[in-house]
Structures are given as C-alpha cells and as structure tokens.
Design a protein around this ligand. Structure first.
Ligand code: ADP
Ligand code: VHF
Length: 362
C-alpha cells in the first residue's frame, strides 16, 4: 500500500510549542514498521511555525506574516533534525520536500514532484513534506497541510490518506466545547452539512481545524483515495488504520471515479476570482452533455477577473455547480453574454470555459 500520513501541529508539538518527541517516536516507529513490510509511506508534517516560535521565545502566536515565515525557517530545521534522529534508529533515511501550490498547479512541476517522490519511495526513503512556509507569500500559499497532504495523495496515487490530529476523528460537534458530541465513523460524501459541524476554528497551534481535514478528505475522495481522520495519540494508530481496522477514527470513502490532478486543483486548490451566472440550458449542456461553457448561456458576471482565472459557475438562483478557468477576461464575458456561437464568427474566442478546464462540483 501507498500511504500518506499527515500529522498536525497539535500533535507534532505540545501545548507549549515544544516538539513532542514521544509522539513522534511512536508514529515513526509505526511508519518504519510499515516500510519494513513493503508499504510505501510519505509523511506530511506540520509544526514548523509552532516549534520555531517556541525556540525564538514567543509566548503567543504573532499575527505578522514575516515573523511567522522566519519562525518556520527555524522550526523546519528542528523538525527534520528530529525526524532524522528518530529514523536513524530504524536505519531509514529522511528526505525533506518543501512544496508550494505551483508545484501542483504547473504540469511540468507536478510531474517533476511525482518523479522525485517516486524515486525516493523506490530508494526506501521516508519523504517528509511541508509547505515552504519560510518563503511563501499570503496570496501564493495553502497555509493548510491537510490540503497539501491530499494533493500529495493524488500526486502519487496513494491508497490511503491518514490525517492525524488531537481528536479521535470528526465529531457531531466540536468536542472541545460539546461533551455530548459523538464520533462519526464513516462519511460517504463530504457535504455542506458536515462542513458546517466541522466549521469551528482549530487549535491555537493548528491552522484549519476539522473543516480543512474534511475538505482534504473530500479532495482525496475525488482522487479515488480513501481517508481516515484519527488521533495521533491512539496506540498503534497508523498500523491499525493501514491494516484496515474498522471503527477507528472517521473514514471518508473514495469515490469510484478519479478526478484528474488538474481538475482537482481547479476544484479545490485554485482561488476563485469571480462568478459567472448561467441559464438552465447552459447548466444542462455542462452537466448532461459534457460541453464547454459558451457565451450564449451566460446571464451575468460578478467580480472582475483576467483570462486564466478560476471562477465559480452558478445558476441564476445562486446554486454553484461548477468551477473553471476562463478563457477571457470578465469584461469580454459581460460584453458577449447571451450571444450565440454562430454570431461570434471572427471573434478571437468562442468558449468562456473550455470543457477540459471545467469541473462539475455535484
Ligand atoms: N466537529 C468537530 N469534530 C472534531 N474536531 C473539531 C470539530 N470542530 C472543530 N474541531 C476542532 O478541530 C481541532 C483540530 O484541528 P487543528 O487544530 O487544525 O489540528 P491539527 O493541528 O492536528 O491539524 C480539534 O482540536 C477540534 O477542537
Ligand atoms: N506548514 C505549517 C503548518 C500549517 C498547517 O496546516 O497546520 P496544521 O493545521 O497543524 O496541520 C507549519 O509547519 O507550521
């Protein structure tokens, strides 16, 4: 099995921000055991900012991005040193990969990353991935390793994505505030209702809370990868999840059809710059006939965007059913809205969104 294991800041570091050697030792021991049985393992580890802030003497998390980036640069070195030290006990080498959104968005970078990861797995190395926090800028970063882990799972066509956190899985309400909340054991489809109950913010040290884990599990599901959200502190959790133990954490099932990496990126990772409202006929053409979005079906445009931007596609009553990359800027979409293709002859563009750049979200 090919497994991507993501460990959140709330487990990598303790409540003071110190790297939690005990937890990491336990987890690495299990990963090494899996590797020795022939499984391929990729680790996505958070915790750089939290560990760096602690070393630099910050008692609270500052809000300014430059300090956080500097802290990440300090903490990342400590993280990798810790992993290397523990892995040495099992004669396993660690490899550090610091990724940015462009590594998944740009096709050649994507293939590059896949080649490197595949080679590392072939060499029996444990890749340890984090986002390149030290040099990222707010506009060009995920800020969320759950998403990075889901994209990696898609990239290497993993069999299982394991998201380890400080809770036993997804509860019917935030267990930090509702004692009576119960664990949801299986999720077939990540829908708005589930995202709502996972919506509360995460821990001080973590970033996205349970909602970002659910969104990551949704991405994985659309990539044909099954996910488990479980507690990093659960004894032998990694081994038990990979061995297929039932009733452990929250399992999010894989969809039978895999979405391509590019479409996955468009759907979940690419920020939306605007909205295109379309009529019923256009929705049917996209949903049923698998067509491209043509100017004839456009009713209105919200926001200003450039050609190549991602936009959401909605019905007139606001139901968002697709997302895609536009082939023309917003002013052209607006100018051409309602114009039928036969009247567009001689125009430079015929499609607002090409089929290959369009993802249906239903
Ligand atoms: N419905 C829910 N079920 C479980 N946890 C939830 C839920 N809603 C919010 N949370 C919170 O999400 C937190 C985990 O998210 P986060 O702090 O980002 O973790 P990590 O650092 O492991 O990525 C939990 O501590 C929990 O309080
Ligand atoms: N890349 C950041 C962590 C970002 C993140 O996703 O945090 P978490 O929600 O704890 O997994 C770091 O290493 O500090």
């Amino acid at each position: 099995m090919r497994v991507v294991i993501k460990v959140g800041s709330s487990s990598v570091t303790d409540s003071k921000g110190v790297i939690d050697q005990g937890t990491l030792l336990e987890l690495i021991k299990q990963m090494a055991a899996l590797m020795s049985k022939g499984h391929e393992v990729v680790l996505v580890s958070s915790g750089a900012i939290s560990a760096g802030l602690k070393s630099l003497g910050f008692r609270e998390r500052p809000s300014d991005q430059v300090t956080l980036r500097a802290a990440a640069a300090v903490g990342q070195g400590q993280l990798i040193a810790t992993y290397r030290e523990i892995l040495a006990k099992y004669q396993v080498e660690a490899a550090q990969l610091l990724m940015i959104p462009g590594d998944f968005a740009d096709r050649s970078q994507y293939l590059h990353a896949r080649e490197t990861l595949s080679k590392l797995l072939e060499l029996g190395v444990l890749p340890v991935i984090n986002e390149n926090d030290a040099l990222s800028n707010e506009q060009l970063r995920y800020g969320d390793n759950d998403k990075v882990a889901a994209l990696v799972a898609n990239l290497i066509a993993a069999d299982h994505l394991v998201l380890l956190t400080d809770q036993s899985g997804l509860y019917s309400a935030d267990p930090r505030h509702y004692e009576e909340a119960s664990l949801i054991e299986e999720v077939e489809e990540v829908n708005a209702e589930l995202l709502e109950i996972a919506g509360a913010a995460g821990t001080e040290r973590g970033s996205g809370g349970m909602a970002s884990k659910l969104l990551a599990a949704k991405m994985a599901s659309w990539s044909g990868v099954m996910s488990t959200i479980a507690s990093a502190k659960e004894p032998e959790v990694v081994l038990r999840v990979v061995e297929g133990e039932e009733f452990l954490g929250t399992k999010v099932l894989a969809r039978p059809r895999r979405l391509s990496a590019r479409k996955l990126w468009i759907a979940f990772a690419c920020p939306t710059s605007g909205e295109i409202l379309v009529d019923k006929g256009a929705k049917e053409a996209l949903m049923v006939n698998g067509g491209s979005l043509l100017p004839a079906g456009v009713v209105a445009v919200k926001g200003t965007f450039e050609s190549g931007s991602a936009v959401s596609v909605t019905t007139e009553d606001g139901d968002c059913f697709a997302k895609g990359i536009v082939q023309m800027p917003s002013e052209d979409v607006l100018a051409l809205r309602g114009v039928r293709s036969k009247d567009l002859t001689g125009r430079p563009y015929l499609e607002v969104i090409h089929r290959d750049d369009l993802v249906l979200l239903l």
